[in-house]
Ligand binder design. Sequence first.
Ligand SMILES: Nc1ncnc2c1ncn2[C@@H]1O[C@H](COP(=O)(O)OP(=O)(O)OP(=O)(O)O)[C@@H](O)[C@H]1O
Ligand SMILES: *[C@@H]1O[C@H](CO)[C@@H](O)[C@H](O)[C@H]1NC(C)=O
Ligand SMILES: *[C@@H]1O[C@H](CO)[C@@H](O)[C@H](O)[C@H]1NC(C)=O
Length: 327
Amino acid sequence: MSLPTILVVGSLNVDLVTNTPRVPDAGETIQAESFATYFGGKGANQTVACARLSRLKTENGIITAPSTYIRMAGCVGDDEFGAALKNGLKSDGIDVDSVEIKHGVATGVAVILVEPSGENRILITAGANGLCQPSASLLTPAPALLVMQLEIPQNTVLEMLRLAAESSPPVATLLNPAPASRLPDSAYQRITHLILNETEAAILGSGGAAVRTEVETEMMEDCRRFTQEFVNKGIQGSVVITLGAKGAFWHDVKAGHDGLVPSEKVQVVDTTAAGDTFIGAFAVKVVNGNPISDSVAYAVRASAVTVTKQGAQASIPWRDEVPTPAS
Ligand SMILES: Nc1ncnc2c1ncn2[C@@H]1O[C@H](COP(=O)(O)OP(=O)(O)OP(=O)(O)O)[C@@H](O)[C@H]1O
Ligand SMILES: *[C@@H]1O[C@H](CO)[C@@H](O)[C@H](O)[C@H]1NC(C)=O
Ligand SMILES: *[C@@H]1O[C@H](CO)[C@@H](O)[C@H](O)[C@H]1NC(C)=O
């Protein structure tokens, strides 16, 4: 029996993080406190989330029992970072044959300066991510689900959505429109699952105002208003709005119902990659035939594990680290 495949087409980045007592002025050189590199990019992070949440890692580091085959496509440069990113993904059991090495180009990097207050200054260089091109051959053999974000050129994403929709049979798609930018109306009918946070919903939707999260009835009202707008533009499967500590709102288009899954009450250490874990968890459940509501409930539990751990891709859990629901 062959496993369902998730194909992620997206960004790969290295985060270069320097902790400093303060940022230097123009022309000034100062001593920083510490430096670390992390693998990231929303594309790579969501791929890692798909891989870990569909696998087990034994105590001696062996990766086993996959429920889903995970492939990533994207672009890195021909520098040390590119090779390291590919190897990192491979070590989580991901097929990286479609991660292209672009010659004479740098791998995408984010240079991040962090002050003791936690204030960040971030410079992103798209590098090879900016050269990521659409390709029909990525859909042969056809994956069960194509997952994308917006850290690669929007035209590439739109063209991949079109190719997926026009495949026979059509390939289901999941878009996480992050960083947020408006999409042409014609894109929506080619998106099966749209998963976004409240800020992204406000940017993609009309009306400008964000989801009011203080009062639950108002929050539901606002989520329904955004969702209706996206469904009217043609979303086929589901709209999910993640609400941080408030959990996640979902709307199952075919079943015609919606709901709110409150977040798990956990000790929050670092919310980085919570959103990426959520997407990976949802994707793995959905391609394995689970209903939208169950897939969202699982994604809420999986992302709660991530917020209890410090930083890095390391915080994304493996399948057996996600607790089963309390009954
Ligand atoms: N404080 C928290 N406690 C428990 N669960 C949380 C918390 N914050 C986030 N989560 C879980 O993670 C999911 C995704 O978080 P969020 O809505 O912040 O996504 P995001 O803004 O895309 O995240 P990020 O960009 O920080 O990775 C939420 O729907 C929720 O289930
Ligand atoms: C939503 O995601 C964007 C990235 O697209 C991020 O900048 C923003 O802070 C997130 N919003 C919330 C409320 O977490
Ligand atoms: C990807 O995950 C790493 C580790 O959690 C994190 O440092 C980085 O900010 C994430 N990148 C993005 C683009 O979310």
